[in-house]
Design a protein around this ligand. Structure first.
Ligand code: SF4
Length: 161
């Protein structure tokens, strides 16, 4: 890289964010929020593959925040609980406590095949079951792992942006 090209990149930065088109439709019985969705993420026993995709979802290329979705640190600030992985026996208690700490109305999103039906971990000795066995799930995002585009599409279905 030359000094000139570095200066050009500073003065005229290139946009790397993907144009993801219009939002997708979600089922009529899934609640929708007015343009803003605060998410508390809990890994209930994932292999970390879904977390890598969530990281990309909120990175500069897919940038879910531009559609109103945001990760928050406290369940007290969250509209929705974003759960990855099958629910392991050790995580049943923390997951339920996190859900109960959220203000109502609150939603639960099961992200990835493991969260939906235990995926490749089905039958594991440490697995309690899918998220739906522990909490009322409002939205499922399939895939192992779901890619950032699919995650953004699902979140946009909730924010309507
Ligand atoms: S759905 Fe796939 S990537 Fe996600 S936690 Fe399960 S095995 Fe890992």
């Amino acid at each position: 890289m030359t000094i000139r090209s570095i200066l050009q990149a500073i003065v005229h930065p290139r946009t790397v964010t993907e144009d993801l088109g219009p939002p997708s439709q979600v089922a009529a019985d899934v609640p929708r929020l007015a343009g803003s969705l605060q998410l508390r993420h809990v890994d209930a026993g994932s292999c970390n593959g879904c977390e890598l995709e969530i990281t990309s979802t909120f990175g500069p290329v897919y940038d879910a925040e531009r559609f109103g979705a945001r990760l928050v640190a406290s369940p007290r600030h969250a509209d929705a609980l974003l759960v990855t992985g099958p629910v392991t026996k050790n995580m049943v208690g923390p997951l339920v406590k996190t859900f109960e700490a959220m203000p109502e109305p609150r939603m639960v999103i099961a992200l990835g095949d493991c969260a939906r039906d235990c995926g490749v971990f089905r039958g594991g000795y440490g697995v309690e079951g899918p998220v739906g066995d522990v909490l009322p799930v409002d939205l499922q995002v399939p895939g192992c792992p779901p890619n950032p585009e699919a995650i953004v599409r699902a979140l946009r279905g909730l924010t309507g942006r």
